[in-house]
Design a binder for this molecule. Structure first.
Ligand code: HEM
Length: 123
């Protein structure tokens, strides 16, 4: 049986991979880099794998911590919304490189919201 500690590491490593890849894509966009740059595939893999790991780790944690009881609490739905935003943002940055500067702080704010929701479970 996979423990909550292991799921937490999986969750957080996944989150780190998502942030790393979004930072890479945003930096490339801000510098006027090519859409089809040399590191495109590794970034896409890091992003995709990070999304999967953060989701698997998140649901593993929900199960191990006994948080799912008849339905998901509101804070988990909001975190799922944030997860979807992270999934979409990579495409937005590469299609609209001019938005990358504004998306940069948005990514930090979304990450802070997700961390706050996990810690305080306000609803
Ligand atoms: C991709 C956006 C997300 C970010 C940035 C994020 C970030 C975090 C952080 C920083 C923690 C705190 C870890 C700790 O207590 O040491 C955490 C815990 C947790 N997250 Fe996420 N998370 C995200 C998405 C999700 C999703 C989609 C789910 C549910 C499917 C989820 C479920 C959880 C659970 C259950 C915990 C543990 C809460 C507890 O310890 O009581 N997270 N997350």
């Amino acid at each position: 049986m996979i423990s909550a500690e292991v799921y937490k590491i999986v969750h957080l490593v996944g989150v780190m991979m998502v942030f790393l890849s979004l930072g890479g894509v945003a930096t490339n966009a801000i510098n006027g880099g090519l859409k089809n740059h040399l590191w495109r595939k590794p970034i896409a893999i890091t992003h995709g794998l990070g999304l999967v790991l953060s989701l698997v780790g998140g649901f593993g944690l929900l199960a191990r911590l006994g948080i799912v009881q008849g339905g998901l609490p509101g804070w988990v739905w909001v975190k799922l919304g944030i997860w979807i935003m992270f999934a979409i943002l990579i495409g937005v940055v590469s299609r609209k490189p001019g938005w990358a500067r504004s998306i940069w702080p948005l990514i930090i704010i979304l990450g802070a919201m997700a961390a706050y929701l996990a810690g305080s479970k306000p609803f």
